[in-house]
Design a protein around this ligand. Structure first.
Ligand code: FAD
Length: 623
């Protein structure tokens, strides 16, 4: 039976990619349907109830800058906030929030239920409707057919998902949810390259059975950081501490003793796991010289006693999990509420995607999230936003958009995925970006909000606040650049306790702000424009731009140099046979991956700078 309405965009899956995709599509004005297995699990955090961290926090701020919801949800559900790398430069500072798992889900669901242009429907999708090689809708488990101009698949770890605890294994999308087998089979019939990955999660523990007195308390930051550019500390619920404990020699002996029943070490699991989030058994084998590993004891929420022991993700048999948990200091009487497990699932080679996240083999079909080989809520949400936005733009007959590597970490991630692919779960790090100084958390809005407004994903109130911030920054910068102070003037004398060397000549306030010891707030009494601003984000921005201007200018010059050919487009049917001098290997790689720009071509492993020169000569000749 066909559902009576036709949608512009159908998003399949209500995880982190799916919710941002559906919200972005709806914000752009596309008539959107979010179809998910269970409305109860919208916004569910499958693993650690935490948002952000190094590299990931940058993605969250970018999602926020483009009108997305993840940062706002974290502000409303976050029970422990910290800025990581706070003592380091602004480029690598990263916000992280421990969330109340239930509250986070509730906040996401409320947002989805109140979003104009968005409808929700609960059903498992079993098939795609394909017409003339194009995605034209989906078919659910009970045979309901839904039509749409574009379909976005965000089905996470559910495709042919198999859960492992020791040598026992069974079908599942994650603990408590069914796997998506019919859809997995259907997708395997289509011309996508598919492989298996795995990820894992630790056992959860009843916090009332832990001895916190022997653990190190880790309070959140004070003042409590805020995630969203539109957020405020008053939105946060009650804040709580985390704790730290460690594994020890006995824990490691117990794990060694269980390796012969580990699905990873007996070859039962074939999928590759996340390098940067290894299981405890993996850590003990790979880092055999380490006699202890840190465990962060993190609350799962304000209304539950369950805790998440971050650092002991495992798929060892339950009796080994039980013994290893009880060998840890403070965990001697621990009661496990849920066993740890690993999950194996299908993912699709992201080299089959365009930068818009539309698949190359099938027009109108978009993929976002874990299905593309990434791991993490933030990576999923960022892709979801881009895929949902582009699906809506396509449905409206508009041109697609995706940020470039010098505009956003989102751009770095998508470019890495589509040009290099991935053979292990991909997660974001600041080290993946070549223009780190420009891609900071603090300036994500300056980098992306104007573009978001132009595309239609940034709403009126957001835009009004952004413009006010920009105007405040401009006023402060103008006055700092113009106002001079003389040595021994009252202004200079008022600064003497702060300055490490006294003023010997007239200086503009901007020069003073470039000194490491001078903070923007020190200049408030002598600079009325600064005094008039009560937006800490705007003040921070003025200070960072002043102090790092030299480095930022150098990085910008480098970007301008490489931009010359980065965005030169390669037509979809470009014939590489006509490019004189290309090796057969390079030709094959370019044909197979069909890069959209010369920049993307240059980043395909094995495509040499010499090959790019030949390509450029050929394109110049053509034009
Ligand atoms: P998901 O959040 O998995 O959401 C998928 C959604 O699709 C769900 O709502 C599901 O119900 C729905 N769905 C699936 N199939 C269908 C269908 N056929 N029809 C309709 N709806 C469907 N990340 C880390 O960063 N670190 C970790 O340590 C980590 N460990 C993990 C451990 C486990 C056991 C699991 C399961 C995940 C772990 N993750 C970890 C990954 C993290 O949960 C994902 O990266 C993130 O949730 C991916 O978001 P997503 O939106 O792509 O998919």
């Amino acid at each position: 039976m066909f559902f009576s309405e036709t949608f512009d965009v159908i998003v399949v899956g209500g995880g982190h990619a799916g919710t941002e995709a559906a919200l972005a599509s709806a914000r752009v004005g596309a008539k959107t349907l979010l179809l998910t297995q269970s409305i109860e699990t919208l916004g569910q955090m499958s693993c650690n109830p935490a948002i952000g961290g190094i590299g990931k926090g940058h993605l969250v701020k970018e999602i926020d800058a483009l009108g997305g919801f993840m940062a706002q949800a974290a502000d409303r559900a976050g029970i422990h906030f910290r800025v990581l790398n706070a003592s380091k430069g602004p480029a690598v500072r990263a916000t992280r929030a421990q969330a109340d798992r239930a509250l986070y889900k509730a906040v996401v669901r409320r947002k989805l239920e109140t979003q104009p242009n968005l409808a929700l429907f609960q059903q498992q999708v079993a098939d795609l409707i394909v017409e003339q090689g194009k995605a034209a809708g989906v078919v659910t488990q009970m045979g309901l057919k839904f039509r749409a101009r574009c379909v976005v698949l965000t089905v996470g770890t559910f495709l042919a998902g198999r859960i492992h605890v020791g040598l026992e294994n069974y079908e599942g999308g994650r603990a408590g949810d069914p796997a998506s087998n019919a859809l997995a089979l259907r997708l395997r019939e289509l011309p996508f390259r598919v492989a298996r990955l795995k990820t894992g999660t630790p056992p959860r523990i009843d916090g009332r059975t832990l001895d916190y007195s022997v653990m190190e308390a880790q309070p959140g930051d004070d003042p409590v950081p805020v995630f969203s550019f539109l957020g405020a500390p008053e939105q946060h619920p009650r804040q709580v501490s985390c704790f730290i404990t460690r594994t020890n020699g006995r824990t490691h002996d117990i794990i060694h003793g269980g390796l012969d029943r580990s699905p990873m070490y007996t070859g039962v699991i074939e999928g590759v796991g996340p390098r940067y989030c290894p299981s405890i058994e993996d850590k003990i084998v790979r880092f055999a010289d380490k006699d202890s590993h840190q465990i962060f004891v993190e609350p799962e929420g304000l209304e539950t006693h369950e805790i998440y022991p971050n650092g002991i993700s495992t798929s060892l048999p339950f009796d080994v999990q039980y013994a290893l948990v009880r060998s840890i200091r403070g965990f001697e009487n621990a009661h496990i509420t849920r066993p740890g497990y690993a999950i194996e699932y299908d993912f699709f080679d992201p080299r089959d995607l365009k930068a818009s996240l539309e698949t190359k083999p099938m027009d109108g079909l978009f993929f976002a999230g874990q299905i593309n080989g990434t791991t993490g809520y933030e990576e999923a949400a960022a892709q979801g936003l881009i895929a949902g936005l582009n699906a809506a733009l396509k449905a409206q007959g508009r041109e697609s958009w995706s940020p470039s590597r010098d505009e956003a970490y989102m751009g770095v991630m998508i470019d890495d995925l589509i040009t290099r692919g991935t053979s292990e779960p991909y997660r974001m790090f600041t080290s993946r970006a070549e223009y780190r100084l420009l891609l900071r958390e603090d300036n994500a809005d300056l980098r992306l909000t104007p573009k978001g407004r132009e595309l239609g994903v940034v709403e009126d109130e957001h835009w009004r606040r952004f413009e006010a911030k920009q105007a405040a920054i401009a006023r402060m910068q103008t006055e700092l650049a113009e106002r001079e102070i003389r040595p021994n003037s009252p202004e200079a004398l008022s600064l003497e306790p702060i300055l490490t060397s006294p003023l010997t000549r007239e200086a503009r306030l901007l020069e003073l702000l470039r000194r490491p010891e001078v903070r923007a707030e020190h200049l408030r009494d002598i600079c009325p424009a600064l005094a008039a601003v009560n937006d800490p984000q705007a003040l921070e921005q003025v200070e960072i731009q002043a102090k790092y201007q030299g480095y930022i200018d150098r990085q910008q010059a480098e970007i301008d140099r490489t931009r010359r050919y980065e965005h030169w487009r390669l037509p979809e049917q470009f014939d590489y046979a006509n490019v004189v001098g290309l090796s057969a290997e390079v030709r094959d790689k370019l044909r197979q991956q069909r890069p959209e720009t010369v920049g993307q071509a240059a980043r395909i492993p094995g495509v040499t700078p010499a090959a790019i020169s030949l390509l450029l000569v050929h394109i110049k000749k053509l034009s």
